[in-house]
Design a protein around this ligand. Structure first.
Ligand SMILES: [Zn+2]
Ligand SMILES: [Zn+2]
Length: 255
């Protein structure tokens, strides 16, 4: 009986796959039904590249090889000490960009699951592993939330927190004013655009006090948004902030 049932259920799954053939959200090719993740194909994952070595221990930005003493990191050398560590799962490129677009603009909420799984696999300095218990997403504006129905950073933060045994705490950080979209702005303009755009409401101050928070966003471009958010969290009582993103724009490495 079990054999027959398995055959029938197998036939059903096969028939459903013919009707609703899974399509990779990044390349739009069919995803093989034998693949564990039906939303992104194996080929696209292999084309996503981790941040290359040698990289800065603190921010994973590119650093020159074999220089002794190592010069100040060009990326994080000027940051406040309370911004501890930055990690990104992949260098921005064709496939990571397609995934971010699918999640952000294409309504593919389910893409947040495999994306946050890659973020959860990143390695951190020991003190981050030991101390950081709270995960906070970069907030979006009310109007964008209304338009999209969700904040992609919250979906990534929830998945990342669940997979790393941390608590996702939405609401600890809010956007106080809608800033213009960052996409078309130069680095200096981006910084001015997001300065003071975020605040941590007083109601969450008790939860933040003394904590090492991991801030989550989909993409790290110039760091202006993440640093503005970090500043707001630190001013509200957080002790240290680290940042996790799915992709990182490294202009010299863009394909
Ligand atoms: Zn694909
Ligand atoms: Zn660095």
């Amino acid at each position: 009986m079990n054999v027959i049932r398995d055959l029938i259920s197998g036939a059903w799954t096969g028939a459903l796959d013919l009707v609703f053939a899974p399509i990779c959200v990044a390349c739009r090719e069919p995803v093989s039904t034998t693949e564990p993740e039906r939303i992104v194909c194996r080929v696209c994952w292999t084309r996503c590249r981790p941040l290359p070595a040698p990289r800065c221990d603190r921010c994973w930005g590119p650093v020159p090889a074999r220089e002794d003493p190592r010069p100040k990191c060009r990326t994080c050398g000027e940051w406040p000490a309370a911004v501890r560590s930055i990690r990104s799962a992949f260098v921005m490129g064709t496939e990571p960009r397609a995934l971010v677009h699918a999640l952000k603009y294409g309504g593919w909420r389910a893409a947040a699951e495999p994306m946050s799984a890659r973020m959860a696999a990143m390695t951190w300095p020991r003190d981050v592993d030991d101390e950081a218990r709270l995960v906070v997403a970069v907030p979006t504006s009310r109007s964008r939330l209304r338009e999209r129905g969700y904040n992609q950073a919250v979906l990534l933060a929830d998945g990342f927190a669940r997979r790393t045994g941390r608590a996702s705490a939405p609401g600890l950080l809010v956007r106080t004013r809608a800033s213009a979209t960052q996409t078309a702005l130069h680095p200096g303009e981006r910084k001015a655009n997001v300065a003071r755009a975020f605040t941590a409401p007083a109601a969450g101050a008790g939860e933040l006090r003394g904590e090492h928070v991991i801030l989550v966003d989909d993409v790290w471009t110039t760091g202006a948004t993440a640093l503005a958010c970090s500043q707001a969290l630190l001013e509200a009582g957080a002790r240290v902030v680290s940042v996790a993103t799915f992709a990182r724009v490294i202009p010299e490495l863009e394909r």
